[in-house]
Design a protein around this ligand. Structure first.
Ligand SMILES: [Zn+2]
Length: 135
């Protein structure tokens, strides 16, 4: 865990050092939107162009008997993804995830927010609620 926090801090410092062209918050927010769009597109293309995965979206069941445990409900919910991404699609997805992280880091830097602290606070909030956070 500590290693990841240090890596995030190093990443934010790296972003500060190299970010010149997209210094404006308007550039950063629109670049983040663009990165999110490309991330979603990469997942779609893995299914529609490459075919290494299929996405079989069906209605999720949200009504359960009162005896159904949260663990059972978790198992009954679906990602709607079948198969495993091929190496090429996985690499593209990782690249797009990296771009999302980059612009999240840039926005965080602009407002002097530590991504490490954001991560810790989010984890803490989610741990308090546990499975009841319903994320
Ligand atoms: Zn693929």
């Amino acid at each position: 865990m500590c290693t990841n926090i240090t890596e995030l801090e190093d990443f934010q410092t790296f972003i500060t050092d190299i970010l010149i062209r997209n210094k404006s918050i308007l550039d950063q927010t629109t670049k983040l939107q663009d990165a999110c769009t490309h991330l979603c597109r990469t997942i779609s293309k893995a299914a529609t162009t490459c075919g290494c995965i299929t996405i079989d979206a069906t209605k999720q069941q949200y009504t359960f008997s009162e005896n159904t445990s949260l663990d059972q409900i978790k198992d009954l919910m679906s990602t709607h993804v079948n198969g495993k991404m091929c190496e090429n699609c996985q690499e593209l997805l990782e690249k797009e995830l990296g771009r999302v992280l980059f612009y999240l880091g840039a926005i965080s830097n602009t407002f002097n927010i530590s991504l490490s602290e954001v991560l810790q606070k989010e984890k803490y909030r989610t741990e308090i609620l546990g499975k009841y956070s319903l994320k």
